[in-house]
Design a protein around this ligand. Structure first.
Ligand code: NDP
Length: 410
């Protein structure tokens, strides 16, 4: 076992994160001069209503009749199924928000902004209850015959037990990651923008940050079925890391640069804001392009053209419970430039939506700093997974595409 494995499978990282993430969550609220009260820990009537509406609304779209998408079959034979109506859910939610903010309850955005700490508290309580339920059920009545090696309890709580658990007829990770985490991110970014405009007048910088994030999140819902083949779904289990992360950390931390600008006005002028917008949209488009190239390559089983030439690849084989399978590792297009160029553009896009906070210290840049650590760590996690899965073929691929994120640098 390497030092990385020893640390990774010990209880130290989970205990650190279990302690550290809620502390940062509270600290980000302290940086905003909002009065602190017990609602920071327990929520209040408004925050519980808001949370209940969001959960029920998300659940409703997952049980609506409609197209079903099947994710990749696991090596223990489970084929997860998802509701394929991401764009409908996204547009319906934005339309509902526009209706409430303009007609039914004008000023609701300011109300949400001023109750943000309590909203996070409600989400926190709910997410911790869900993670506890998933842990108990995963240990006592798992839904599949997968054999998961036992780990210390804090690690199991943090990592989760099952890969694709279902609850009340819906896939838990689709509910927590896509329908709650991503939608809360979108909604809150718009809410903070409207609250900023209502309280202090419109700001080009804040608008630009929100616009880049909106394009990024709309792209996510457009491509939601593609998300079901990513590491969050195929590698990470439903536990604190993923479910608490999406229900609490994403709405708290990913939205923070826009939230911060409600009270601290962006110092960017219109020209600078326009430049940041152009750079941010380009980074989002490039991030999407990288993901799309792999998706097209996989869908065509390698018979496609990239950058005007037939795609090149390394042939690989891997074994699951059902036997040996063939795979192809793309070495053309963006995937021939570096092994994780999508992460590089993801970080560039995040930097752009944090830039409107320039001149206000480090607070508005917390998200991009966190994301850089998350994605570099993810590169190593992914490489460990692929090395184990594809063996020699993976090493051959790495020798053909030697850089991870930035050519000639890393
Ligand atoms: P990738 O989309 O990069 O997927 C990695 C997987 O793709 C590998 O495990 C392997 O899976 C397969 N693969 C790797 N190299 C090749 C290759 N050369 N040819 C073919 N297949 C290959 O990673 P993620 O799932 O982490 O990211 C998906 C998107 O989500 C990205 O745009 C990323 O930036 C974004 N993201 C955003 C985060 C955020 O918090 N904002 C966090 C994480 C991701 P297999 O076993 O199938 O071969």
């Amino acid at each position: 076992m390497t030092l990385y494995d020893t640390l990774h499978y010990s209880v130290v990282p989970p205990l650190f994160l279990l302690f550290f993430t809620p502390v940062v969550q509270v600290l980000t609220r302290v940086a905003d001069p909002q009065p602190l009260s017990w609602a920071v820990f327990t929520g209040n009537a408004f925050s519980w209503c808001f949370t209940a509406v969001m959960v029920l609304w998300a659940y409703l779209f997952l049980v609506l009749p409609g197209a079903v998408h099947h994710g990749p079959t696991t090596d223990f034979g489970q084929t997860p199924s998802y509701r394929a109506n991401g764009m409908l859910y996204y547009t319906a939610t934005l339309a509902a928000y526009a209706l409430v903010e303009t007609l039914l309850l004008p000023g609701v955005s300011v109300l949400v902004f001023s109750n943000m700490a309590a909203i996070l508290a409600s989400l926190n309580v709910l997410a911790l209850l869900l993670c506890t339920l998933l842990l108990v059920r995963g240990k006592t009545a798992p839904q599949t015959a997968e054999v998961v090696p036992p780990r210390p309890l804090p690690h199991e709580f943090y990592r989760g037990m099952e890969l694709h658990p279902r609850l009340l007829g819906v896939d838990v990770k689709q509910l927590t990651n896509c329908r709650l985490g991503m939608m809360l991110w979108q909604l809150l970014v718009l809410v903070f923008c409207v609250a900023g405009a209502r309280l202090h007048g419109p700001s080009a910088g804040q608008l630009v940050g929100a616009a880049i994030q909106t394009v990024y999140i709309a792209k996510f819902f457009w491509w939601e079925t593609g998300y079901f083949s990513t590491l969050d779904i195929t590698l990470d289990r439903a536990g604190y890391y993923l479910c608490w992360g999406c229900m609490v950390w994403v709405p708290c931390f990913y939205t923070y640069s826009t939230c911060f600008l409600v009270r601290h006005r962006s110092l960017l002028n219109d020209t600078q804001a326009g430049l940041v917008l152009a750079l941010g949209l380009a980074a989002v488009a490039l991030n999407y392009r990288v993901d799309l190239e792999k998706q097209r390559f996989r869908r065509s089983t390698g018979e496609c053209r990239l950058w005007g030439r037939p795609a090149t690849f390394v042939s690989a084989e891997y074994r699951t419970a059902s036997g040996w399978h063939k795979a192809r590792l793309l070495t053309a297009g963006c995937w021939g430039v570096a092994r994780h160029l999508n992460y590089t553009f993801e970080i560039a896009a995040a930097l752009c939506w944090c830039l409107p906070g320039l001149g206000h210290g480090l607070w508005p840049f917390l998200y991009v700093m966190f994301l850089s650590v998350l994605l570099v760590h993810r590169v190593f996690r992914d490489e460990a997974k692929c090395g184990e899965k594809y063996g020699k073929a993976w090493r051959r691929y790495c020798s053909q595409v030697p850089y991870r994120m930035v050519p000639y640098v890393f």
